[in-house]
Ligand binder design. Structure first.
Ligand SMILES: [Zn+2]
Length: 325
């Protein structure tokens, strides 16, 4: 009887141990499975460097430097005017999840610094493209934007672009040192294209009869005008938000007439109202000068590039400034 009780107890104990072992086995199995699943996700997500950029030139530079090793997201939706852009909460989350965030600088994206401070992702590498670049003041004289406003359009100088390209390449190397030579080679090749572009601008613009750009938009081409010794007059200040005053427009009309200007340049992704008014008042024709802050959906689908926009700009500058070979 005693033996039978003992054996019953032993059997119960064996059952309990058996159940506990099965339970532990299942637990280990599921833990390992979930671990492997996580690893898989991490690998597939991290295979490419996740890069978020604010403006189109930064997006295009990053794509050229990183090619198939990076996934670049342009924060600005296609066609959106860059100066009035405000990030949505989902944009902040996107930056927080990224490996690298590239922005132009605090004068172009005043919202960026607050986001950077709020980021919880300690591994995020932030590239401020203005770092190391000599920022110039706008010469535009407007009561709303007193002389001395910093011109944030740093990408409209090809030497600045080379520095930005190098900053982006350095960030890629920091995050992915194994592919250092790949990123550096691509950056070098891209910079050679910028050197060629600069040479084309220098020689063509030196052969233009007019040295004066009348721009029926905001003060975007200050760097370009300075680089090639051109006079640059605009209807608005460094941001397109403020409407030009009647006085600003009268002054521009007088200037166009005085200097016998044949073409007025107008800007991309903005209302052509100012350009049309100036053209109507003066008889000058209209021609596009694209500052490339952002691109339209159609242009994005067509695969337009920063270099191709700048080449088209040079063709239009040759027309507008009366290129004589
Ligand atoms: Zn602008």
């Amino acid at each position: 009887m005693k033996q039978s009780v003992m054996s019953k107890k032993s059997r119960i104990l064996i059952y309990i141990i058996f159940i506990v072992l099965i339970f532990i086995g299942l637990l280990v199995f599921f833990l390992l499975k979930s671990q492997t699943g996580n690893d898989k996700n991490t690998v597939s997500e991290n295979k490419k460097l996740q890069v978020v950029t604010t403006l189109f030139p930064l997006y295009d530079f990053a794509k050229n430097i990183g090619q198939d090793k990076v996934q670049v997201t342009l924060l600005l939706p296609p066609g959106v005017e860059a100066h009035s852009f405000e990030p949505k909460p989902s944009d902040v989350l996107l930056i927080n999840k990224a490996d690298i965030f590239i922005y132009t600088g605090k004068f172009m994206e005043p919202w960026a610094e607050d986001i950077i401070k709020s980021i919880t992702n300690k591994n995020l590498v932030v590239v401020n493209a203005s770092n190391g670049i000599n920022l110039i003041s706008a010469v535009f004289n407007n009561p709303d934007e007193p002389a001395g406003s910093i011109d944030p359009h740093i990408w409209l100088d090809f030497d600045n672009d080379k520095m930005i390209v190098n900053s982006i390449a350095a960030a890629f190397v920091k995050k992915d040192p194994e592919n250092k030579s790949f990123y550096e080679k691509n950056a070098k090749e891209y910079n050679l294209q910028l050197t060629d572009l600069d040479k084309d601008y220098k020689s063509a613009l030196s052969l233009c009869k007019s040295k004066e750009i009348i721009y029926a938009g905001h003060y975007a081409f200050g760097y370009l005008a300075k680089r090639y010794g051109l006079k640059y007059l605009t209807a608005q200040g460094v941001s397109p938000d403020a409407e030009p005053t009647a006085n600003d427009l009268i002054n521009l009309v007088n200037q166009i007439k005085k200097d016998n200007i044949k073409y007025i340049f107008y800007e991309e992704l903005a209302s052509p109202k100012i350009a049309e008014t100036l053209s109507k008042e003066t008889g000058a024709k209209l021609i596009l000068l694209n500052a490339a802050h952002n691109i339209s959906k159609e242009q994005l689908e067509k695969g337009i590039t920063f270099i191709s926009i700048m080449k088209s700009n040079l063709e239009n500058l040759k027309i507008g400034l009366e290129y004589k070979q």
